[in-house]
Design a protein around this ligand. Sequence first.
Ligand code: ASP
Length: 472
Amino acid sequence: MKNRIYIKDLKENIGKEVIIAGWVDVRRDQGKMVFFDMRDMTGKVQAVALPNKTEVIEKAKEIRPEWVLKISGIVNKRPDKNIKEGVLNGEVELEVTGIDVFNKAETSPIDLTTEGYEIGEEHRLKYRYLDLRRTRMQKNIRNRNKVAKLIRDYLIEKENFIEIETPILSKSTAEGARDFIVPSRLDQGKFYALPQAPQQYKQLLMASGMEKYFQMAKCMRDEDLRGDRQPEFTQLDMEMSFVDREDVMSLNENLLIEIVQKLYPEKTIQEIPFPRITYKDAMEKYGNDRPDLRKDKDDKNLLAFCWIIDFPFFEKTDKDNNVGAEGEWTFTHNPFSAAQPEYHEDLLNKKNIPNILTNQYDIVLNGYEIGGGSIRNHQPEALLAVYEIMGVKKEEVEKNLFYMLEAFRSGTPPHGGIAWGFDRLMMLLENEPNIREVMAFPKNGEGKDLMMNSPSELGSKQLKELGIKLEK
Ligand code: ASP
């Protein structure tokens, strides 16, 4: 918009007539004068319509919260007694000279002037486009962008990574959770799967010679939504060639420290370097593998990171796992992980199975697992051995994962990586109680999008095209 200035820049324009655009925030009609706050993406300012401007005051009496306006006005310094210290535009106000209405707004079905925690989440999610207008949500979503930008800059500029997008229409692979499935119309009876993680693609990118890959990756897992899970979430996913465990851990540790120190200077990291705890010690000492090490659990600015290492590679299956028959061995974290070097022979010989340790590392923050990764097998025999231990026949692996095995037979360098649960990290950095507060359009606890009303039924024509008959 021509000549529009941002609300944050008003204080540089004292004495001038300017144009701003945005939403009406709160409004106080004092009879002779009307005060209202205007809000744009950069902040708020108090506007005042004075009695001497008849046309303006008449319009100002009409406007309501959440209307979208263009305002022209003179930036005035507030009298000393009215200055609000430490608030954006606390020292100025806008004396309105003109009001143009772009869009009126019905009374908002949810209160947008509070932090919103007191409002039932069904309402907030139904009207998410309104809910996101509240100051707290604006801050969360904008800070999420700042963290993502720092990550991108750090990895690309400083560490020579490139960001590569991997497919969303992918293939069903057993990676621990259930896949979301997409029916193919052109090839009826066949299905794509949405990726649970870009694990195989990123390893194949190492085979391709990319060496340092990352992606802010959407991951989809069709799980029962216990606690704070979302069917769709974002990972900071990375993979590197010619690295050992130490390389991956130190790069990630430095990146986390940089995020906190640059973007959250009010926060303290309890211990640097991050403590490293073996899985065995964590289980013995804390009874879980994501201990909350904070010395003061009431200090909302304390961040206690730690690494958990030396996980067992295999465990006996339970019914939630879809690889291996019940009661057989399955992987604890990732079938593509390598065993620690001293257990490599055991893995190839399929012996000493319960004691084989993987190269897996998890990063934990304040009692939450915020990421995990491993050094991978890059030799076909080792990958085959992992699957054989889990009771999957060699021929079957050759059939299902032929492209991985072929890649491993075609010059794949040693490699390893990690993925962070980006939503969870943001939740902790923003001191929010759940990840929905840092996602623009989350699903509710039952996996529903209450705003668009999804999942939804398909019409018979669409079903027919897909060759799908629904069972009643
Ligand atoms: N793909 C793994 C996951 O989603 C992370 C990794 O090992 O890089 O948990």
